[in-house]
Design a protein around this ligand. Sequence first.
Ligand SMILES: [Zn+2]
Length: 317
Amino acid sequence: MFKTKFIITVDTEADNQWARPSGEKVDNIYLLPRFQELCQRFGLPPTYLVTYEVAADSRSVSLLRSFQDEGAEIGAHLHPWTTPPFILDRDYERIAHRFPHELSDSELKDKVAALTQIVAKNFGQPVSFRAGRWGFDDRVAKEIVRQGYLIDCSVTPKISWRTTRGDPNKEGGPDYSRESLYPYDREGILEVPLTVVSTNLLIKENGLFLKLYNQWLEGFIKRVFNKLIFRIRPLRIFPETTKRDLESIVKSAIHNKLPVIQFMIHSSELMPGGSKYAKTTDDVDRTYQKLEDLFSFVVEKGIEGVTLKEYRQKSSD
Ligand SMILES: [Zn+2]
């Protein structure tokens, strides 16, 4: 019988990518050994999805290569505003932070190629991909398939990014409110969505009730329902996330027989002042405490940790 697997994905990117304009300093990467050691201690191999600026920094490359030797996977993460070639004004790019699905066909092709090439040169051909700001659609899927990718993890079921802006002349982020949280094939790529579940165990994830509910338009009432009745939570760590929240997500995933549970974090969340989520050393320590709580619970439940690539191999066996 196929048992639930656990995947850790890390958006491995420059410091403070929420700032406008954003910079390209990668100091947070040098602090990653603490995170890697924690994952190693629990036997849960992470998948680092690296941006162009990280793959272009030699100190980051040698660190990440040592993680790779310990069983971590290196995939690619496309931030259009830091990935060449640049045909638009750099200042504009660093402020707008266009979503990958907003790029023209040729920009998309060329930026994916540049990113893939530098990751391949330093770590070997990447097979796992995540779009910056979750900006993914079928056109991006087709392009990454053409460039050798096998797995994508850019989908956040139940969450719509419509009100998040990239290119001011376009429609905003994708609406994933109707997406499945079970892995599926999309344009020839294995889509492994972020785990976003209802932690109300009375609600069945693949039942008709939740399917109908997910089709309901976004708005104030839905946000209230999400919070109070469905208690929908993504498997991430926010300042307000508790140990109980993290455990309830894992419990719900098991209850709903998800083949895979996917947690995500940004590398910059692990540096004081590196993100909007952790400003001080104490904040970072609190994040580490929650990571330990989550990882302990996963191990206690007998769930095996795998990288994205390993997951694909095992699920096709
Ligand atoms: Zn990112």
